[in-house]
Design a protein around this ligand. Structure first.
Ligand code: ADP
Ligand SMILES: N[C@@H](CCOP(=O)(O)O)C(=O)O
Length: 293
């Protein structure tokens, strides 16, 4: 059995802890019952010995498998990872969502995507990555009484993401501690109004509106200062036709949305200027969590 989950870009500028979308880069896990516990990793993280011992996927999987079956059973897990770790592309959400889904599959217990999402919230308190990871597409999400409520919009093929992935990891948990404890009314109204128009622009496919609407006063500047080249990345994106250019999650990746025909030109400019960073042109993912039995 295979379970796969896409990478996500959260916040999208002003929509801190609420907005996110899924891109076409996946972590896949294969699960086979086995006499002995075994982990094999291919792709991202394959040279990281910590992932073979104390693995977030395995601990969440075991917790749910035991809850569902009251049994202990060994499995061989093979991970095919494309999502870079601690770069603001939702690697932790992908791991959390796939572990919960795999545990239900292995236990033979049917489960809805909505239920998986609510379980995922236990491990990641903000719903902006886990929601597109499960549902695919663009999502606006909120939490009420420990449950996620969300609205989804599929994204068209004629839009692409040009992602700039720095060689420096940023831990989301650590980065959150650097954010202000409170915001002025003026800045709160700024982010609230810009988030509202961003959501409207996605639903109405008014892509040109995103340039103005996706500005933020809550988190981006303070985080971008940790890697000041990101200011130049954002400027280059806007100078070359980007529809939006935002810090992806807590960083360090920068997410730029463009029309298909502008993607290669922007990616080539980034490659020429930021040779230490990885540049990828990605489509959007409208499927979210996929299980293949
Ligand atoms: N493929 C993976 N396998 C196991 N654990 C992972 C994997 N990807 C991410 N993680 C866990 O998630 C952490 C990174 O999460 P986080 O700081 O939120 O970054 P991101 O922005 O990539 O989600 C890693 O330190 C690791 O504990
Ligand atoms: N809203 C969160 C999003 C974190 O996303 P990640 O991909 O960096 O884990 C935040 O801004 O902290």
């Amino acid at each position: 059995m295979f379970v796969s989950v896409p990478a996500t870009s959260a916040n999208l500028g002003p929509g801190f802890d609420s907005l996110g979308l899924a891109v076409d880069l996946r972590n896949q896990v294969e699960l086979v019952p086995s006499r002995f516990f075994a982990v094999s990793i291919k792709g991202e993280g394959e040279n990281n010995p910590r992932l073979k011992g104390n693995n977030l996927f395995v601990s969440i999987f075991n917790e749910h498998y035991r809850r569902l079956t009251q049994k202990r059973q060994n499995f061989k897990f093979t991970f095919y990872n494309q999502i870079p770790m601690s770069r603001g592309l939702g690697s932790s959400s992908a791991v959390i969502v796939s572990a919960i889904s795999c545990a239900h599959e292995a236990a033979g217990v049917k489960v809805s995507k909505r239920r998986i999402l609510n379980h995922a919230l236990v491990y990641e308190s903000h719903p902006d990555n886990i929601t597109p990871a499960v549902m695919g597409g663009f999502n606006a999400a909120m939490v009420e009484k420990q449950k996620v409520f969300s609205q989804q919009k599929h994204l068209p093929d004629y839009l692409k993401a040009v992602v700039v992935i720095p060689n420096k990891p940023i831990s989301t948990a650590k980065s959150r501690t650097t954010l202000p404890k409170s915001y002025s009314k003026e800045n709160a109204v700024f982010n609230l109004s810009h988030t509202a128009v961003t959501v409207g622009a996605f639903f109405n496919e008014d892509w040109e509106m995103l340039r103005l609407a996706t500005q933020d006063r809550f988190h981006q500047k303070v985080r971008m200062k940790m890697l000041p080249e990101l200011f130049a990345v954002q400027k280059m994106a806007y100078d070359n036709g980007a529809l939006m250019s935002t810090l992806s999650g807590s960083g360090s990746t920068f997410f730029n949305m463009v029309y298909d025909q502008d993607a290669k030109m922007l990616a080539d400019k980034f490659k020429a200027e930021f040779s230490d960073f990885e540049i990828k042109i990605l489509g959007f993912d409208n499927d979210g969590l996929v299980v293949e039995r």
